[in-house]
Design a protein around this ligand. Structure first.
Ligand SMILES: [Cu+2]
Length: 305
């Protein structure tokens, strides 16, 4: 229970610390003023709820005015249950638990969007069913956070255009339960993605699966290309790429070293959806740039056969 005095402004840092669960988060009876995404300040957005993938972090300010308990309700998107917290003026009070929402089914739209856009970028999408991923079950009047709403509070410092695009295809093989980046598991990969110190590049995530993948980079923030102007694209350490979708981020490779880069769904990471980025001066011979991670003795390898 988080205690408040009525009319107090309370800042909550919501962190999805689950291993495998995407949550829809709401506090019935309270508007949330979203002020930070993944710990990075954004222009305030007033919302009723947001969807959060593992590792994603949102700071919200709420102002409870009534002398009663409010429930912080995080409903798993498979609708099997809630993770619950309480905001209350006194200890040992309990708020109401909201009714469970129906589970949304994924549709042809979720499955085919990436493929169709690839085949014919101009095709007419108007007669397709709605995306199942987009159906949160929130009431029509509710404002659900959209990535497009995120706008950095202050200007980005590196406004260079990217010099190149690095594509990451998110894939999986259901018969063997392996998850892959560019068709390979971590154990079978060709080693780190090599970035030159200081370079500006685009990372393009192409999700070829029917699941969302929260792609998480250590060491540096990515700037999500969400339609905001270049100076105000938001920083993220985790980007949830919906089923069949293609999302792009920008990155300035300004932190030397080898950084983990993986899907934050634990079982996906462990079964192969993991790589590293190596930021080094290009002149340094690869074998001297940094010690390779030892795939054979590393717990994250794909030893599932
Ligand atoms: Cu994944």
């Amino acid at each position: 229970t988080g205690l408040f005095t009525p009319y107090e402004r309370v800042r909550l840092r919501l962190i999805n610390a689950s291993a495998m669960t995407v949550f829809d988060v709401r506090i019935p009876g309270l508007k949330m003023e979203l002020v930070a995404a993944d710990g990075q300040n954004v222009e305030p957005v007033n919302i009723d709820e947001m969807r959060m993938g593992p590792a994603e972090t949102y700071d919200v300010i709420v102002t409870p005015t009534e002398d009663k308990a409010y429930t912080i309700a995080a409903e798993s998107i498979d609708r099997t249950g809630f993770a619950l917290g309480t905001l209350a003026p006194r200890d040992s009070m309990r708020g109401e638990i909201p009714a469970q929402r129906p589970r949304a089914r994924l549709t042809m739209t979720d499955m085919n969007m990436a493929m169709m856009m690839h085949d014919d970028p101009d095709m007419d999408m108007s007669n397709l069913p709605d995306s199942g991923w987009a159906q949160t079950g929130a009431p029509e009047s509710a404002k659900v956070l959209d990535y497009k709403d995120l706008r950095a509070l202050t200007s980005q410092t590196d406004l260079r255009a990217p010099e190149r695009t690095l594509e990451l295809r998110l894939g999986g093989n259901m018969e063997r339960y392996i998850w892959t980046l560019n068709g390979k598991t971590y154990a079978d990969s060709d080693g780190p993605l090599r970035l030159k110190t200081g370079e500006r590049l685009r990372l393009r995530f192409v999700n070829e699966t029917m699941m969302a993948h929260p792609m998480h980079l250590h060491g540096m923030f990515m700037q999500l290309e969400n339609g905001q102007d270049a100076a105000r694209v938001p920083n993220k350490h985790t980007v949830v790429v919906p089923p069949g979708a293609t999302y792009s981020t920008l990155l300035t490779a300004d932190e030397a070293g080898e950084w983990a880069f993986h899907c934050h769904l634990l079982y996906h990471m462990m079964s192969g959806m993991m790589t590293t980025v190596l930021v080094a001066d290009q002149d340094v011979p690869a074998e001297n740039a940094a010690p390779e991670m030892d795939h054979s003795h590393h717990g994250h390898g794909g030893h599932n056969e």
